[in-house]
Design a protein around this ligand. Structure first.
Ligand SMILES: Nc1ncnc2c1ncn2[C@@H]1O[C@H](COP(=O)(O)OP(=O)(O)O)[C@@H](O)[C@H]1O
Ligand SMILES: [Mg+2]
Length: 247
């Protein structure tokens, strides 16, 4: 049983002068509950468009999108952090909990731990304009995790982070994912990040975005950072790099 099913999906953008951009062509994906799937492909191949269509934030041109989940709440992390400029870090982070009337003491304590873990302990009262790009992105990740959504859609969430923080966030994401049985659809530019995190990696070809190949990653879990030094991991990285087409 799949939780999200995409069939023969096409997306053509039209601008107001009638110019068309064929962003996605014949996309077929079936996502099982609790799967961790990454999408990788060259810039402009339609990755963000696909995620937005899955989330219902963008309309498809043709094809099917089926959600086989009743209450399945979505957490969405955008490519650029989308914080409210007039709220400080703490108020931005707790906003989704407030909206859902889930701002219980227990959840707020959990939120505080997530912020501390993400290196934001000293910045709870800072405003977005006082933060670096990576810090803002960490706030939006914490915000998406705070209300424990069943499905996490993440658009290059760690792109702006330095290598060490990125490794740390990768491990934290895997821990949360494993602990809470989330389904994750994760866009990345990083070959090694895709291999490290995923059960399956979807490789997309240049525009119009098509699925070129789906690679199963049969590496043991739970995964630790040392996995990256093993020959099996390096083999997967090589295979994935070989499959990617550069424009
Ligand atoms: N709102 C939009 N209107 C028109 N064209 C768009 C829009 N969003 C994206 N595109 C175009 O669709 C293609 C795919 O974009 P996108 O999904 O952002 O790719 P990716 O995330 O893989 O870099 C690109 O050519 C982009 O210029
Ligand atoms: Mg994108």
């Amino acid at each position: 049983m799949s939780i999200i099913e995409v069939k023969r999906l096409n997306k053509i953008y039209k601008n107001n002068k009638g110019k068309e951009t064929h962003a996605l062509s014949n996309i077929n994906i079936s996502i099982k509950p609790s799967e961790f799937i990454s999408i990788i492909g060259p810039s402009g191949c339609g990755k963000s468009t696909l995620l937005q269509i899955v989330a219902g934030l963008e309309e498809k041109t043709s094809g099917e999108l089926n959600w086989n989940s009743e209450e399945g709440e979505i957490g969405y992390v955008f490519q650029d952090a989308t914080l409210l400029p007039w709220k400080n870090v703490w108020d931005n982070a707790k906003f989704p909990l407030e909206m859902r009337k889930k701002d219980t003491i227990e959840n707020l304590e959990k939120l505080e731990r997530l912020l501390d873990f993400s290196g934001l302990a000293d910045f709870k009262h800072a405003f977005p304009k006082e933060l670096s790009g990576g810090m803002k992105q960490r706030v939006s990740i914490v915000r998406a995790l705070s209300y424990d959504p069943d499905i996490l859609l993440m658009d290059e969430p760690f792109g702006a982070l330095d290598a060490m923080t990125r490794d740390k966030m990768n491990l934290e994401l895997l821990r949360v994912w494993q602990e809470t049985n989330k389904t994750v659809l994760f866009i990345t530019h990083s070959i090694s990040e895709a291999v490290f995190l995923s059960d399956r990696v979807i490789i997309m070809s240049p525009r119009p975005g098509r699925i070129q190949k789906v690679l199963d990653i049969n590496l043991p879990r739970p995964r630790h950072i040392e996995l990256k030094d093993t020959s099996l991991f390096i083999e997967y990285v090589k295979e994935l790099r070989g499959l990617l087409q550069y424009e």
